[in-house]
Design a protein around this ligand. Structure first.
Ligand code: FVH
Length: 284
């Protein structure tokens, strides 16, 4: 296990607890100290020599590149669980395979305390053969899903899912702030927020069908033109209640553009058409 930050420690612990001989290395030494069953290696080369399966989870891809540097990785299977972009994953795959190793990229959809628990999900892509050889070991971290042989896919899915999480969390924080402007305790408001969000998740299958079919206009019950009309209420209420409206502005701008483009009768899911278009906004 290369990298013993918060996530690396959780991963190493999961391997060791399952009885796997586990070697850990971290740039700053001493991190494996209190990890039962994990032997700390003095160098990356020692750690890579110790096991056929080399799992790496560090801050970013440049750290991964630095770590492998001139170390001999031939014959090893590298599973990189560091967060990055599809391009970075594809480039690392090319570099690693050129050096005689097999490469699997991964995206961890969990926080450290969730590792090895029932809700941890880890996405993998790259060499099918390599993944299948170690599926039983990787399965100790959480439910593993192999998403394709393109090494960039796990990172793409990871970032896509995280973008949904940030949207959800941002929306919930906005709701807490707005309701909280009248001293409503967040813990009380939760009783309304959670069932509401659960109900709204029910819209996603319909969104997905519309996105796949391109039909945003049949059976629409909440037209964009109607939704756009109601939006200024958010801004007025936010101003009056002393709450920032920054998180709501971007979706409003997209809705307005869609209506201005003549799609006011369509469903809100049609905003995806704008997200696919390279933005014309000058970002300086
Ligand atoms: N923690 C989380 O909630 C998320 C869950 C989803 C996946 N992410 C990604 O996992 C990667 C590691 O995250 P982490 O939580 O372990 O992060 P830290 O605790 O900050 O540890 C960072 C480790 O990276 C090492 N490191 C940094 N730079 C270098 C370098 N140039 N060369 C070698 N190692 C490097 C650092 O070493 P040290 O500072 O202790 O010496 C830590 O081991 C990350 O991609 C998340 O996005 C976590």
């Amino acid at each position: 296990m290369l990298g013993l930050g918060q996530m690396g420690v959780a991963l190493a612990r999961a391997f060791a607890r399952a009885g796997h001989r586990t070697t850990g290395w971290n740039r700053t030494a001493g991190k494996a100290g209190d990890l039962a069953g994990v032997v700390e290696a003095a160098s990356v080369a020692d750690a890579v020599t110790a096991s056929d399966l080399v799992v790496v989870c560090v801050l970013d891809y440049s750290a991964v590149q630095e770590i492998f540097g001139a170390v001999d990785i031939s014959g090893r299977t590298i599973v990189n669980l560091t967060n990055g972009t599809p391009r970075q994953a594809r480039e690392l795959d090319a570099a690693v395979t050129a050096r005689g190793a097999r490469y699997v990229d991964g995206g961890i959809m969990a926080i450290p305390p969730m590792i090895a628990g029932p809700e941890a999900m880890v996405l993998y892509s790259g060499s099918t053969q390599a993944y299948e050889s170690y599926e039983h070991v990787l399965g100790l971290l959480g439910t593993g899903t192999f998403v394709g042989t393109d090494p960039g896919l796990a990172a793409l899915y990871d970032l896509s899912l995280l973008s949904a999480m940030y949207g959800l969390h941002g929306g919930a924080l906005n709701a807490f702030a707005l309701a909280g402007s009248e001293k409503v305790p967040a813990t009380d408001f939760l009783a309304l927020l959670v069932p509401w969000l659960r109900a709204m998740l029910g819209a996603l299958p319909r969104f997905a069908e519309r996105i796949d079919s391109g039909d945003f206009g049949t059976g629409v019950s909440s037209k964009l033109s109607m939704q756009v009309q109601a939006f200024p209420n958010f801004f007025d209420a936010s101003r009056e209640q002393g709450v920032r409206d920054d998180l709501l502005r971007p979706i409003y701008e997209l809705m307005k553009q869609r209506v201005a483009d003549g799609h006011g009768d369509q469903d809100g899911a049609s905003i995806v058409e704008l997200l696919r278009t390279p933005s014309t906004v000058d970002r300086g």
